[in-house]
Design a binder for this molecule. Sequence first.
Ligand SMILES: Cc1cc2nc3c(=O)[nH]c(=O)nc-3n(C[C@H](O)[C@H](O)[C@H](O)COP(=O)(O)OP(=O)(O)OC[C@H]3O[C@@H](n4cnc5c(N)ncnc54)[C@H](O)[C@@H]3O)c2cc1C
Length: 390
Amino acid sequence: MNPLHRSRQQQVLVLGGGLMGLAVAHGLARHGWSVHLLRRSRRDAAGFAAAGMLAPHAEGLSGPLLALAQRSLRMIPTWVGAIEEDSGLPCGWLPCGTVAPFTSQAQRQAFPTAALGHPLERAALEAEAPGISPAFTCGLLFPQDSQLDSRRQLMAALERACRRRGVHFAEGVTVERLCQEEDGGGRQRLVGIALRNRDGEKQRLPCGQAVLCCGAWSQQLIPQVSVTPIKGQMFSVQAPRQALRRVLFGPGTYLVPRQDGLVVVGATSEQVGFTPGLTPMGQSRLEQGLRQLLPEAARWPPMERWYGFRPCTRDQQPVLGPGPLAGLVMATGHHRNGVLLAAVTAELTRIALDTDPAGRHNASWAAPFFHSFRWNRFSPAPAQASLRQA
Ligand SMILES: Cc1cc2nc3c(=O)[nH]c(=O)nc-3n(C[C@H](O)[C@H](O)[C@H](O)COP(=O)(O)OP(=O)(O)OC[C@H]3O[C@@H](n4cnc5c(N)ncnc54)[C@H](O)[C@@H]3O)c2cc1C
């Protein structure tokens, strides 16, 4: 629906103001929506922890997730342009490509996206990733992959772009419950949000349309969709500028070189619930990974250490489009690819909100994605299934 044809400005609440909340809010505000964004805390957002790789090919994605990611990747230049235009700030987009190194030809041939990369033999691999460990005999170059500086630039640019586009921010607000009623046709519909404000007071906001963007905490509001936190620890080192020009995506460890020479080293993947903090074991595993991938990088001075929680569903793929309540749209579960998928998620969310009650919208490309990433695609949880069998 063209916003100019709307009889009055439509209102929507965005629940959560991390990467997805900001991307969705910005996209909607640019299309004439009146957007209120509620967030509990700015700093706990995984968007501030992400390495920012836009690397569906080095990640070896496949099936509908690869198609979704490739679509998002194609949208990045325009999406970044809009954020930079609205905010006046850079997002740190670098079309630098990624290099995936392998210890054998067989390993390379078996890589899911091998056909989409340029094969590199040892000399070419060394030229693309100077100083790479001799253990790696060949590689794949994916020039189509890139990166965004999510932690230092993209998040701040998105926040400012949202404010300048008139998004209203309610900070320190915890959404506690989604209020629902039967809509007369046997379906439950969203009618309000129960929340606790920054002073600890409980309130209820009437609301007919909302987008769920609560990241790793999403299941607290929608218990029927399993989203669990996967903790990731990281650190950065300061390299000489241009020491590394491409993202180096090794087995278990990756290096993401920013334009100013900072190199982000990631990342652990831990199932420890919301246990906060860095651990000696996590950090030493990263340091070991760095030494094994690029031995000389172990001499570069360490700069910063941090962690965040990835929102992970049972199939490690996002949940997008219409939710379990009429009026609720889902934008969660992006796990390790949220930065990569933010552009397409913002667009799909806008299309879902512009869909009429009969399910019609004017973007035929979106329908297969709404199907592949629907909230109710999961079979019963294994524990429940085995209980039933027993
Ligand atoms: C270590 C690490 C490295 C990563 N690297 C990459 C990468 O290289 N490339 C890539 O594409 N992706 C990467 N990711 C993944 C990416 O960061 C996430 O997929 C993405 O940030 C998820 O965005 P989100 O908005 O869903 O969640 P978040 O950014 O975590 O935001 C959720 C927000 O919701 C708020 N919230 C939660 N519950 C409530 C509530 N009840 N009421 C109000 N507010 C609430 C939180 O306070 C938070 O601000 C990485 C993640 C981590 C942790």
